[in-house]
Design a protein around this ligand. Structure first.
Ligand code: ADP
Ligand code: MG
Length: 561
C-alpha cells in the first residue's frame, strides 16, 4: 500500500482523538456546570429561560434549567443526565451534583496536563468516591420517621432560596403532613400528593386538603353543588350506551319505529342511572363522557356527576375513597363503592374545582398552592417538589446530614488523610477529588457575596477542631453549627450526587476518541481532516457540525446569563 492512506470512515464523519477529545469533553462538561453554578444555595440567583415559543420560566432549580437549555453536545448531555438521575433518585441536590461533576472535570484537566494518565485518574476518583460514601455514612445522623421537627427542617432546607421564603414554615408543614398522610406499608409514592396551583392570593394561604381535588366542574348545573356522606362510584370508561362493535344500519320505515328505537335507548340510560340509584350512589366520577340524557337523569336523582376525569385523578380517587374503578355501570357492585364525607364544587382562585374530602383514611392528598402570579406559583411548585422528595427520602433511609457545605468540608479533610494511604499517582487524583468537593461551600460563599477563601479557611479550621456540622450561614457569612440552625439534607442527596458526578466525570475522562457519524454532521467537512483522524482546525469547540454544538451551546449560555 505504500504511503497511501487507508480511509475507513465515511467522508462526512468526524473524528477527534486523544487529548483533543478529552479536552473537548471536559470543556463541554465544565460549561454545563458553570451555567448552573450561580444558582446554588440560599442566596443563589435565578435564571430566566425563554423558549422559541416565547414561554418564560424563572427558576433556581438546576434540573429545570438544564432540561430547558436545549443542550446538544453529547458530553454536555452526560452532565445533564447527572442532574436527571439526581432528580429521579432523590428530588433535590441537582445543582450540587452538576457543580461537583464540573469541578471534578476541571481538576482532572490540571492533572492530565501533568501527564497523569486518565485511567489512573479514573481509578483515583473511584476510590475517593467510595471512601467518601463511607465517611458520609459515618457522620450521618439517624432520624426516626415521626421526628416531625427534623422532617420539617429538611423540608424547609430544600425550599430555601426558591421563592418560597415568606411562607417556608407553612409550606414545610404542608409537605411533611402530606408525605406522612400518603405513607403506607408499600412505601411512599409522591404521586399521591397532588399540588393544585391557584394563581391569586398569598402564598401563606396555601393549604392541605386530605383528599383529591379535580380540576373539573360537575357536568350539569342541575346537579347538587355538594353532597355530604357521599357514596362514590368511579368509572374508568364512558357513561354511555355501549356502541356496537359492528356498524349497524337501522332502517326505519315509519315514525313510530324511530320513536321505539329512541325509547329503547332512553330506557337503557334510565336503567343505568337506576343502577346507581339502587346502590345509593351520591357521586359518580367518569373517565370518559357522560351521555346527555344520563346527565339529566343523574341530576334528577340528585347525583353529583363529573365527566372526563383524568386517569391519574381516577387513581387518586380510588386510593383515597376506597372506590374500585369499573369499566361500565353494570359492573358496579357494593364492593366497588367508595366513600367521602364531602364531595363539593368550590371556587379556587376563580376556577371551579371538585373537592373530594373527609375520606376515612386519606391515602391521597392535595396541596392547594396559592401565589400572586403564575411564575411565582410555578417556582414554588418546583420547590415543593424538591421538598416532597427529601422528606420521602429521609423517611425511607432514616439518615440525614447537616447542610451548608459541612459534609463537603468534612469529606475533603477525610479524603486528604485517605490520600496518604493510597500513594502513587492515584494519590494525586484522590487529593484532587477532595479539592473538587470544596466547590460546594466555595460556591455557597461566592453566591452569598462572601470571600470564598476566608470562608473555606474558617470552615476547615472548625472541622479540624472536630466540628463536623460546621457550615456556612449564607445570610450572615458566619461559620455556624448547621445542626443547631436546623439546616439538614438527606444523606442520599449527598451520596447520590457524589456517585453520579464521579460516574459522569470518569466516563468522560475515559473517552479518547469521538467519532461523529456523517449524518450527525451538519456542515461540509474539509477532506484533510478525515483521513488522518486529526482534530479539525479550530481546536475544541471550533469543530463544525455535530461537534460544534458545544460552541453553539457556550454562546447560548453566555447570552443567557
Ligand atoms: P441543589 O439543586 O443542589 O439542591 P440548592 O440551590 O437547593 O441546590 O442549594 C443547596 C445547597 O444549599 C446545599 O449545600 C444546602 O446545604 C445549602 N443550604 C440550604 N439552606 C441553607 C441555609 N439556610 N444555610 C446555608 N446553606 C444552606
Ligand atoms: Mg435544593
Amino acid at each position: 500500500m505504500g504511503n497511501q492512506p487507508l480511509i475507513v470512515l465515511s467522508e462526512q464523519s468526524q473524528r477527534t482523538s486523544g487529548k483533543d477529545a478529552q479536552s473537548m469533553n471536559i470543556t463541554a462538561g465544565k460549561a454545563v456546570a458553570e451555567a448552573v453554578r450561580t444558582t446554588l444555595g440560599p442566596k443563589g440567583m435565578d435564571k430566566m429561560l425563554v423558549n422559541t415559543a416565547g414561554n418564560v420560566v424563572v427558576t433556581n432549580d438546576g434540573v429545570t434549567i438544564l432540561k430547558r437549555m436545549d443542550i446538544d453536545h453529547p458530553a454536555a448531555n452526560m452532565i445533564v443526565e447527572v442532574a436527571e438521575t439526581q432528580e429521579d433518585e432523590v428530588g433535590d441536590g441537582t445543582t450540587s451534583a452538576v457543580v461537583v461533576a464540573g469541578e471534578l472535570l476541571k481538576r482532572s484537566e490540571e492533572l492530565l496536563d501533568q501527564d497523569i494518565h486518565a485511567t489512573t485518574l479514573a481509578q483515583g476518583y473511584r476510590q475517593a468516591a467510595e471512601q467518601a460514601t463511607d465517611v458520609l455514612e459515618e457522620i450521618a445522623i439517624d432520624v426516626s420517621e415521626d421526628d416531625s421537627e427534623i422532617l420539617h427542617q429538611i423540608a424547609a432546607t430544600a425550599m430555601t432560596g426558591k421563592g418560597a421564603e415568606s411562607a417556608k414554615d407553612l409550606l414545610a408543614e404542608l409537605v411533611v403532613d402530606a408525605i406522612q398522610a400518603v405513607a403506607d406499608e408499600d412505601g411512599i409514592n409522591t404521586d399521591n400528593v397532588q399540588v393544585e396551583k391557584a394563581v391569586g392570593g398569598a402564598i401563606d394561604t396555601s393549604e392541605l386538603v386530605e383528599g383529591v381535588i379535580i380540576d373539573k366542574e360537575r357536568v350539569s348545573e342541575n346537579m347538587p353543588f355538594f353532597v355530604d356522606d357521599a357514596t362514590i362510584a368511579v368509572i374508568s370508561d364512558a357513561f354511555e350506551v355501549a356502541e356496537t362493535e359492528i356498524d349497524a344500519e337501522v332502517n326505519v320505515t315509519d315514525p313510530d319505529q324511530l320513536q321505539e328505537f329512541l325509547d329503547q335507548e332512553e330506557a337503557q340510560i334510565r336503567d343505568m342511572v337506576d343502577t346507581l340509584v339502587d346502590l345509593d350512589v351520591d357521586a359518580v366520577f367518569v373517565n370518559g363522557a357522560i351521555d346527555d340524557l344520563a346527565q339529566h337523569y343523574l341530576a334528577e336523582a340528585g347525583i353529583f356527576g363529573v365527566r372526563r376525569v383524568k386517569k391519574s385523578d381516577i387513581q387518586r380517587l380510588a386510593r383515597s375513597t376506597g372506590a374500585r374503578p369499573v369499566n361500565g355501570v353494570y359492573d358496579l357492585t357494593e364492593d366497588h363503592l367508595g366513600f367521602a364525607g364531602s364531595v363539593a364544587q368550590k371556587d379556587v382562585g376563580g376556577d371551579q374545582r371538585v373537592f373530594v374530602e373527609d375520606v376515612e383514611d386519606a391515602k391521597a392528598v392535595t396541596i392547594i398552592l396559592r401565589g400572586g402570579t403564575e411564575h411565582v406559583v410555578d417556582e414554588v411548585d418546583r420547590a415543593i417538589d424538591d421538598s416532597l422528595g427529601v422528606v420521602r427520602t429521609t423517611i425511607q433511609d432514616g439518615k440525614v446530614l447537616a447542610g451548608g457545605g459541612a459534609p463537603e468540608i468534612e469529606l475533603a479533610l477525610a479524603l486528604r488523610d485517605f490520600a496518604d494511604s493510597v500513594g502513587g499517582r492515584e494519590q494525586l487524583a484522590v487529593e484532587a477529588f477532595a479539592d473538587a468537593l470544596e466547590v460546594v461551600p466555595r460556591t455557597l460563599a461566592e453566591n452569598a457575596g462572601l470571600d470564598p477563601i476566608d470562608s473555606l479557611v474558617e470552615l476547615r479550621s472548625e472541622h479540624d477542631g472536630g466540628a463536623t456540622a460546621a457550615g456556612l450561614d449564607a445570610y450572615t457569612g458566619d461559620v455556624i453549627d448547621m445542626e443547631a440552625e436546623g439546616v439538614y439534607e438527606p444523606l442520599r442527596v449527598k451520596s447520590q450526587a457524589i456517585e453520579s458526578a464521579t460516574e459522569a466525570a470518569v466516563m468522560l475522562l475515559r473517552i479518547d476518541d469521538v467519532i461523529a457519524a456523517g449524518d450527525l454532521v451538519g456542515g461540509s467537512v474539509d477532506e484533510d481532516d478525515d483521513d488522518d483522524g486529526d482534530m479539525p482546525p479550530g481546536g475544541p469547540g471550533g469543530a463544525p457540525g455535530g461537534m460544534g454544538g458545544m460552541g453553539g451551546m457556550g454562546g447560548g449560555m453566555g447570552g443567557m446569563m
